[in-house]
Structure formats: structure tokens, C-alpha cells
Design a binder for this molecule. Structure first.
Ligand code: ATP
Length: 432
């Protein structure tokens, strides 16, 4: 079923008419330049798995920058972004379709974990430098062979058998991030590591191979893990493969941690459905959950090592959470609840909810997310001034007090707000 026509038909069926005509145009132009163009990597794998289209990666046996510029100049509504230092280019189209182009290359690793030295090479060598056989297939795009699968390392049969296999014995030593990539693919596709590959991974772990890796490179892969739509299988593998130290000390009670993660996944789904326009950073949410029980200094050390963006917010939330939880547990007025919870990012609030699935803390967090934070004063600044208040910062303070009064049920509409305002006029606008 993997003949040339099958994949031509699959690209058409799965990616649509516009995609296929752009890829055909790319193939024609490559051939006209005496080059060859191929789809490679994750997009070939996902096409064969019939999964949603991911980024389209194209490898050119020839000058990728020149070909990309040629294509951008002739195909309408495309936008070219070149990175001459890396010899790569990205083409974007008005309908969000995007292609990344690179020249085929060979890589040499001067030492474990270091960035590779790169040289030009053919498509076969380019596939050889890849992480797993399932990611080391290509589809030809030149007109004479459009749609033909190139599978020099038997990736297709591994894909069909649900097997992860490295291409050569030094793979994990050269690049330890591949261990985390293996974990991600195993978790996402429910694939098994083939026995020899498993042995190679154990050998690499036995010599503590991750010590050669820089924090940001490690974080990049961990971040991908934390962004998986179902994180639990990945965390179970982290436990099974004894990889917790990459992220945190092994948890004393993994089952309890997994249960919290499961609740956080449900909360994430609920939040995204309820507030589709509000951004939610899944990796930031799960860092808060996975690091809630480790000391501040250790967290800071890991944040610095990984060079995580938003580190201060994470620390701020995790520092405040215990005290906020204690206050909410005591039962407080909605306005106080709002004042407390507005100190946290949304990710911090969801972490709090995941950690307290019942009782007053859960109720308070949900009420804040659903109602409190959206509630405003029933009167606007203009209406307050129309009652005789001079413009100035005091008006802003009255707006806040009116909002709090509404939260606490003291007022409900404009009329009761006016009355409340006149009754409270004797007091200063700021509560002492
Ligand atoms: P995803 O769907 O998660 O993005 P992907 O396979 O497309 O999966 P990318 O990180 O975008 O993952 O990488 C694209 C391709 O580059 C991979 O399919 C693989 O062939 C190759 N690749 C990426 N990282 C490595 C690595 N560390 N070592 C070897 N090859 C890699």
C-alpha cells in the first residue's frame, strides 16, 4: 500500500488540494534547478499514521535558500523568512500552511551532548542523522517520483509494529535528548522501545549521559513533554525509566502526584472550554504542580539551569499558594477571596484547584475563575462623577470599593450602587 500513488493520494486526502499543488510546484522548481526535494521527519510519520498535519519539513539535495526564494517569488500569497546562518528558510501562506526548508546534511558529534558539526550530504545521510527510524523516512517531491516513499532504515515496519528504534548504537550518547524524545513518542503513540534500543538507553543512563547536556536543551525537551495533551503516560515512563532527577527528586508518593496531574488535566480541559480566548500555558501549569513540594532554593536552581521563561511568576505563585490556601480554608468574604487569588496567575489557580479537589478551597477557586474576576462595579467612572465626585484617583478607588461591595452582595444594580455610594460618602474612599 505504500506505492507512489498511495502516498500521492494520502497527501491529497489528508492535507488537501492547496498543499499538494504547492508541494508539486516545489518539486518542479527543485527539478528545474537540478536539485531534489523531499518531505521528511515528523510530517511523513504523521501522514502514515493518519494523524493531524504537523509542521511540514522539506529537505533539499541542493540549495534550500535559493529554492525557497525562487518559490516565494512565484507562488502568490507566500511569505519567506530566511535564516542564512543555518541554511534554512520558512515559507508561510495566507491560509496558515507553512513549510520549513533545509539543505540535506550530515552531522558529526565532537563530544557527547555537544552540538553537531554540520556538512552537506545526500538525503540518505540526512535521514541517518535522525533520532528514530519512524522519523527517518522521506517522500520524494520531484515530478518523476512524486509521492514515492524513501525508507532506507525500515521505518515503515517499525511504525506499523509500534516500535521505536534508533539508527545506530551511539545515538543516545551523541544526543541524550533523544532519550526524552523516545519517552515522548512512546507516551504519545503508545509505542514500545525495541529491545536493543532499550539496552542502549540503559547503557547511556548508566554513564549519567545527561550531565553533558546544557540546561536549555534539556528544558526544551522537558517542555515538550509537559505540553503533551495526555501527560500521564509520559510521567509513568519517567518513573519506570527512573528519570525523575531530570525534573525533580523522585516523589515520595507517585500515585498521589499522578492523581493531582490527572485532576489538573481535567481542569485544563474545563478551563479551555469555558474560556477559549484566555491563554493557558500548560508547561507552566505542570511545573507548578510538579514542583509544589520542593524547596524554593532548589526550584530556583532548576529554573536558572533550564532558563525557564516566567520563572518569577512560578516562584511567586508557589510561594504564596500555601498561605492563600490556608486563608481560603478559613472561609472569607468574596472580596477578600478575589484580593488573594488575583495575586496568582491562572496556572497557579488551576494548580491550587488540582491540589484541593474538594471543600472551601476548591469552591473559592472556581467562584473566582467563573465569577469574581469578571465582576466590575455596577457604576462606571462617568456615573460616579455625575454624582458630584471630582475626577482623580479617588474615583478609581470608589470603583474598586463598589466592585467589592457587589462581590459581597451588598449591592446588585446601579440603583443600589448609587445608594450605597451616598451612604458611604462620609468614609474615605480607601479603606484604612
Ligand atoms: P512533533 O510532532 O512532536 O513535532 P517531530 O518528529 O516533528 O515531532 P521535531 O522536534 O519537530 O519533532 O523534529 C523534526 C524531525 O527532526 C524529527 O522527526 C527527526 O527526524 C528530527 N529530529 C529532531 N530532533 C532530533 C534529535 N535530537 N536527533 C535526531 N533527529 C532529530
Amino acid at each position: 500500500r505504500v506505492g507512489r500513488h498511495y502516498l500521492h493520494g494520502e497527501i491529497h486526502r489528508q492535507w488537501g488540494e492547496a498543499a499538494i499543488s504547492r508541494l508539486q510546484e516545489l518539486g518542479r522548481r527543485a527539478a528545474a534547478m537540478g536539485s531534489s526535494a523531499y518531505l521528511v521527519g515528523g510530517c511523513v510519520r504523521d501522514l502514515l499514521l493518519q494523524r493531524n498535519m504537523t509542521d511540514i519539513d522539506v529537505v533539499i539535495e541542493g540549495d534550500a535558500l535559493r529554492l525557497a526564494a525562487d518559490l516565494a517569488a512565484t507562488v502568490s500569497a507566500s511569505h519567506l523568512h530566511s535564516h542564512p546562518r543555518f541554511g534554512t528558510a520558512t515559507l508561510r501562506f495566507a491560509d496558515q500552511f507553512r513549510m520549513d526548508l533545509a539543505s540535506s546534511r550530515v552531522e558529526h558529534y565532537p563530544q557527547p551532548g555537544a552540538l553537531p558539526i554540520v556538512q552537506a550530504g545526500g538525503i540518505q545521510a540526512d535521514l541517518w542523522r535522525r533520532d528514530f527510524t519512524i522519523n527517518a523516512m522521506a517522500i520524494a517531491l520531484n515530478p518523476a517520483s512524486f509521492g514515492q516513499l524513501l525508507d532506507p532504515y525500515r521505518g515503515l515496519s517499525d511504525l506499523q509494529e509500534g516500535r521505536l528504534r534508533v539508527l545506530h548504537t551511539l545515538s543516545f550518547i551523541e544526543d541524550p535528548t533523544r532519550i526524552l524524545r523516545a519517552l515522548r513518542f512512546s507516551a504519545r503513540f503508545r509505542f514500545e522501545m525495541e529491545a536493543h534500543t532499550l539496552g542502549l538507553m540503559k547503557n547511556a543512563l548508566a554513564i549519567d549521559i545527561f550531565r553533558h547536556l546544557s540546561g536549555p536543551r534539556l528544558w526544551r525537551e522537558i517542555r515538550y513533554l509537559l505540553q503533551l495533551s495526555d501527560l500521564l503516560p509520559a510521567l509513568r515512563l519517567l518513573q519506570e525509566w527512573r528519570l525523575w532527577p531530570l525534573l525533580r527528586p523522585p516523589p515520595a508518593d507517585p500515585a498521589a502526584l499522578f492523581a493531582t496531574v490527572q485532576r489538573a488535566l481535567t481542569l485544563r480541559d474545563w478551563f479551555q472550554l469555558s474560556f477559549p480566548r484566555e491563554p493557558l500555558l500548560q508547561d507552566a501549569l505542570f511545573l507548578r504542580i510538579l514542583w509544589h513540594d520542593i524547596p524554593w532554593a532548589e526550584r530556583q536552581e532548576r529554573l536558572n539551569y533550564f532558563q525557564v521563561g516566567g520563572a518569577d511568576e512560578i516562584q511567586n505563585d508557589l510561594q504564596r499558594l500555601p498561605e492563600i490556601a490556608a486563608q481560603l480554608a478559613r472561609g472569607i468574604r468574596p472580596s477578600q477571596r478575589r484580593a488573594l487569588l488575583s495575586q496568582l496567575r491562572v496556572e497557579g489557580i488551576l494548580a491550587l484547584l488540582a491540589g484541593h479537589p474538594q471543600g472551601p478551597i476548591q469552591a473559592a477557586g472556581l467562584a473566582y475563575l467563573q465569577t469574581d474576576r469578571h465582576l466590575a462595579s455596577p457604576l462606571g467612572a462617568k456615573e460616579i462623577m455625575a454624582l458630584g465626585f471630582a475626577p482623580g484617583p479617588a474615583v478609581g478607588q470608589w470603583l474598586k470599593r463598589l466592585r467589592d461591595a457587589r462581590l459581597d452582595g451588598e449591592i446588585s444594580d446601579e440603583e443600589s450602587a448609587r445608594q450605597w455610594l451616598l451612604n458611604n460618602l462620609k468614609q474615605p474612599p480607601c479603606k484604612p
